[in-house]
Every structure is written in structure tokens, then in C-alpha cells.
Design a protein around this ligand. Structure first.
Ligand code: GUN
Length: 296
């Protein structure tokens, strides 16, 4: 497969961050508004620590304010809810993200739903889920919105295309379905109980894989010419003893030989998630300040 058929999420995210940086400069100059993002991390999960560090760095690189709150694993739900109440009331904070997963003793949805829906830059609050499902102006979850942007960039108008999403999570599968329905696709959401998954996948003009199972989707499950978006990030043992490598939910080499376009892992969907988070923060800041939203 030629390089032009690989969807370069890293480059796409870089371009988007450039536009975000320009929008932030205008907000500062024209409206004395600096968008601010608060990220809350509870506990010591190593992958979450890396994400939170990257979010903070990229927020600052785009000219925004970053507020990091790192709390110990022993933090009570009540203390976490108290912090969220403070952030909801803080006018310099336009976006709030609580890094998931949370420790077992904290009820995740209760915390998500405590965030002011207008500051819910993850788009996980039940109000935003409802707005997205009904076509109202929502905060849209970052990973699926990043996928949609890359699809529209590649394919233009998605009307009438058959889209199959493998995975039905609240974070990716379900919001991805809502976005693709709004974009006039015919949408199927497949999952672990789907009968004859390979046959369902073979119908897809657009195949979105978000199951978290390394290289589960094989080349012969893919319709020739399809566009494949691989949301999976799985760590598997590398050839070299003791080393790990990242693979997606799609067997890349096999799929790339059949698809017209495919996102690699790493370097596909992953870099888009944080870029869209920054975009959502700018949009949230504009909505809160009553300023027209830039197109990002
Ligand atoms: N953990 C893994 N992905 C995400 C995400 O998109 N948002 C939050 N808050 N936590 C995550």
C-alpha cells in the first residue's frame, strides 16, 4: 500500500493544533480571553500519568492555561466532588477533564455528572450524551470526533455510506455511532455478541474498530476500497525479549493491502484525541463567554 493511503493522524493533529493556537491568539487579543483546561488525575496509573503530562504540555503549547490536580489513590469520592465544585465555580477554568479510570471506590458516572455540562470537554456528561444523540450543540467526545474529522477530510461527504463500528463503549462506540448517523451514514454497531462479525465488517465502506483486542480484525474482513479507522491501542510483547510494542485492533499489514485508506497504530487516532480536547476547550471557552465559535 502506498503511503498516501495511510491516514497520518500525527500530521493531522499538528495542523489542528496550529489552528487552535491561532484561535487562542485571537481570543486573547480581541477578547482578553485565555481558555483554561483543568485536568484531574486520581491515583498512580502509569498510562494515565503519561496522558495527563502530554495534555498539560500541549495545552500550554497552544497558548492556553493548564491546571493540573494530582490526587492520591486514597482520595474519597466526597473530596473529589468538592474539587469539581470548585472548578465548576472558577471562571478561569473553561474545561474540566477527570482522567479515567478512577479508583474502584469512586463511582465514575457520579463524578462525570458532577462536572458542569458546559465545561465537560470530554463530552461524557449525560446531558452532552443526550444533546449529541438529539443533534443539539453538545460537547462531543474527543476520540470519536477526531475520527470523524479524519474521515471527512479523506472522503468529503459521508452521506449514504455504510459504516460499521466494532465496539459499543460510552467513550467511543456509542458517540461514534451518533456522529456517523448525523453525517448521514447507515450505521451498524457490532460487539462481542454479534453473529458472524467478519460478514458484518465486510459490508463497511467505513470500518471503525474500537474493541481493545489486539489485531482482531483481519484483512479478509475488509471490503476492498474501505476506509479503516483503528482506535485500538494494545501493548503486546515485541520480538525483542522483554520489550513491548503497540498494535491496534486491526491487523495492519493485511488490512492495508485491501483498504483504500487506514489509520496506523501508533500515529493514527491517538494523536487526534488530545488535539480535539484542546479544540473542545476553545469551543467551551467561547460558549461560556458568549463569543462566536471559531471553526476548528
Ligand atoms: N482515559 C482514557 N481515555 C480517556 C479520555 O478520553 N478521557 C478521559 N477523561 N479519560 C480517559
Amino acid at each position: 500500500m502506498a503511503d498516501e493511503n495511510i491516514i497520518d493522524g500525527k500530521a493531522f493533529a499538528e495542523t489542528l493544533r496550529g489552528r487552535i493556537g491561532d484561535a487562542v491568539t485571537s481570543l486573547k487579543n480581541d477578547h482578553a480571553l485565555t481558555p483554561g483546561l483543568a485536568v484531574v488525575l486520581v491515583g498512580e496509573d502509569p498510562a494515565s500519568q503519561v496522558y495527563v503530562r502530554n495534555k498539560g504540555k500541549q495545552t500550554i503549547a497552544c497558548g492556553m492555561e493548564s491546571f493540573e490536580h494530582r490526587l492520591p489513590d486514597s482520595t474519597t469520592q466526597a473530596a473529589l466532588l468538592e474539587l469539581i465544585a470548585q472548578l465548576n465555580a472558577d471562571d478561569s477554568v473553561h474545561g474540566i477533564l477527570v482522567q479515567l479510570p478512577l479508583p474502584d471506590h469512586i463511582e465514575e458516572q457520579a463524578v462525570i455528572d458532577a462536572v458542569d455540562p458546559e465545561k465537560d470537554v470530554d463530552g461524557f456528561h449525560v446531558i452532552n450524551t443526550g444533546r449529541l444523540a438529539t443533534g443539539a450543540a453538545a460537547m462531543v467526545p474527543c476520540t470519536p470526533l477526531g475520527c470523524l474529522m479524519m474521515l471527512q477530510d479523506r472522503l468529503g461527504d459521508l452521506s449514504g455510506l455504510e459504516a460499521v463500528i466494532v465496539g459499543r463503549s460510552n467513550i467511543v462506540g456509542k458517540p461514534m455511532a451518533a456522529l456517523l448517523i448525523s453525517a448521514n451514514c447507515t450505521v451498524t454497531v457490532a460487539h462481542s455478541r454479534t453473529r458472524d462479525l467478519p460478514a458484518v465488517c465486510r459490508r463497511a465502506d467505513i470500518l471503525v474498530a474500537a474493541v481493545g483486542r489486539p489485531e482482531m480484525i483481519r484483512g479478509d474482513w475488509i471490503k476492498p476500497g474501505a476506509t479503516v479507522i483503528d482506535v485500538g491501542i494494545n501493548r503486546v510483547p515485541a520480538a525483542e525479549e522483554g520489550k513491548m510494542r503497540l498494535v491496534g485492533d486491526v491487523a495492519f499489514e493485511e488490512a492495508a493491502a485491501v483498504a483504500s485508506a487506514i489509520t496506523p497504530v501508533p500515529g493514527g487516532v491517538g494523536p487526534m484525541t488530545i488535539a480535539v480536547l484542546l479544540r473542545n476547550t476553545v469551543i467551551a471557552a467561547c460558549r461560556q463567554a458568549g463569543i462566536a465559535e471559531p471553526t476548528l
